[in-house]
Design a protein around this ligand. Structure first.
Ligand code: SF4
Ligand code: SF4
Length: 103
């Protein structure tokens, strides 16, 4: 995919994203640096803590057939899926993998 195509995709996902209506985003109380945390070049925010996630009701979520959530605190879908698989394989908690506590 060309940089122009990625930029176009990013703009589309930003426009469809409902993060600003989410309790986690609202709890922060001000504008974050970016939204659409699920987008591959976005990922985790340094500013948010979990207060509920409404990604499951977002059109992007349905279109992309996502299964995880909390992209703002747990990173993009692929990284979460990798962490889940690694945690299961090593017998660790998924949370430790996502937080980087366990290799
Ligand atoms: S799935 Fe979540 S992070 Fe991604 S665009 Fe929708 S609301 Fe935003
Ligand atoms: S990624 Fe999920 S939890 Fe985070 S702000 Fe968006 S909807 Fe809320």
């Amino acid at each position: 995919m060309s940089p122009e195509e990625i930029k176009k995709q990013e703009e589309m996902v930003n426009a469809m994203c409902i993060c600003k209506s989410c309790p986690t985003y609202k709890a922060y109380g001000k504008k974050d640096d970016y939204i659409a945390y699920c987008f591959p070049t976005h990922g985790k925010s340094k500013n948010l803590a979990e207060h509920g996630c409404i990604c499951g009701t977002c059109p992007v979520y349905e279109k992309m057939r996502f299964v995880t959530a909390y992209y703002c605190t747990r990173d993009v879908e692929m990284k979460q899926k990798t962490a889940i698989a690694e945690a299961a394989w090593k017998g660790h908690s998924v949370w430790d993998h996502l937080k980087g506590k366990k290799p």
